[in-house]
Design a protein around this ligand. Structure first.
Ligand code: 8YV
Length: 313
């Protein structure tokens, strides 16, 4: 099926998805260009749709520059890098990729949690460096049976909770409103942090949640507490976190996202009580295909029927 519409692809998608776009539409790939901005300017009059990876900025200036734009299809559930207010003003639909990544991100949250409790990364290095020949690896901390706090009880939060139940943990959460779930609700994040052993952050990014986890919350989490972040770097005051980790104000952290990624501060990388991963929460072949397919399906639906599958505005 060929649809005579023009799609601006701003980031690298899985090959099968790029092929689908190429077969269906006229595509313009700004991420392949030496000067993406200049390239977008040269084609902007013709563009009907944007397909873009979450995290790549779609500013109000960019939206205003594309007069026929109908949809910005965001590849990711988080759409904090898209200026949704401007899109709405310009009558442009924004879509995201909810649900298809719940399992994957929840799996990553569990993996980070177990890795940081059991010190898996250091244990791996210890063996590779042949230190086992001389001594035993230091004992780590037991995770099963601890108190597990979730900041954000949305679709992914619930999927994480389901998995954590298997570890016989007491599960608690904080979110703006109490949810219809069986877990203990804390209306104040501070009180949740004080109560739990692990605080797992899975709340949307953006101005509303900026630095929600600050030095005060880290103090409350305390010297036996662990912080896991698979949401957005912006939710945590990264400087305060580094200080808390350096001074044993908290015990450790598992971080998949950072404030100015892909830049990660050296003093965070130097710590041995952290496990750091390069924003791989949803990054498997299977899940990225499903996310990419939803991006493609949203674009097709919008440009053929003027409706979408997963709108955010
Ligand atoms: C993606 C994510 O890695 O869905 C999200 O919000 O953070 C991740 O699944 C990111 O959006 C890039 O596609």
């Amino acid at each position: 099926m060929k649809i005579e519409k023009n799609v601006l692809i701003m980031s690298l998608f899985p090959n099968e998805i790029t092929q689908l776009f190429d077969q269906t539409f006229n595509t313009f790939k700004s991420y392949e260009q030496e000067n993406p901005e200049k390239f977008i300017e040269s084609v902007s009059d013709n563009i009907d749709a944007i397909a873009v990876m979450g995290g790549t900025k779609v500013s109000s200036e960019l939206i205003k520059k594309i007069p026929n734009l109908k949809i910005i299809a965001n590849y990711g559930v988080g759409y904090d890098a898209v200026d949704v207010d401007q899109a709405t003003l310009s009558n442009v639909k924004v879509t995201n990729t909810p649900d298809v990544l719940n399992d994957e991100v929840a799996d990553t949250a569990v993996a980070l949690t177990l890795c940081v409790y059991k010190n898996i990364s250091s244990a791996n290095n210890f063996l590779l460096e042949k230190k086992w020949l001389k001594s035993e690896f230091p004992l780590s901390k037991k995770f099963s049976g601890t108190k597990f706090g979730i900041l954000g009880m949305g679709r992914i939060g619930k999927t994480i909770a389901k998995r954590i139940e298997a570890f016989n943990c007491e599960i608690c959460y904080h979110s703006r409103n109490e949810k219809d779930v069986k877990y203990k609700f804390f209306s104040k994040l501070e009180e949740l942090a004080e109560y739990v052993d692990t605080l797992c952050v899975i709340t949307p990014g953006g101005e509303e949640t900026k630095h929600l986890v600050n030095s005060n919350i880290l103090q409350k989490l305390g010297k036996n507490g662990f912080l896991i972040n698979i949401a957005r770097g912006s939710v945590i005051d990264q400087q305060a976190l580094i200080q808390a980790l350096q001074n044993n104000i908290i015990c450790g952290a598992g971080l998949d996202v950072f404030e100015n990624e892909p830049n990660v501060p050296d003093n965070l990388m130097k710590l041995d009580n952290v496990i750091l991963t390069p924003h791989i929460g949803s990054a498997t072949v299977e899940t990225r295909y499903d996310m990419g397919k939803l991006v493609y399906d949203n674009v097709v639906k919008m440009l053929t029927t003027n409706s979408t599958i997963s709108p955010v505005n």
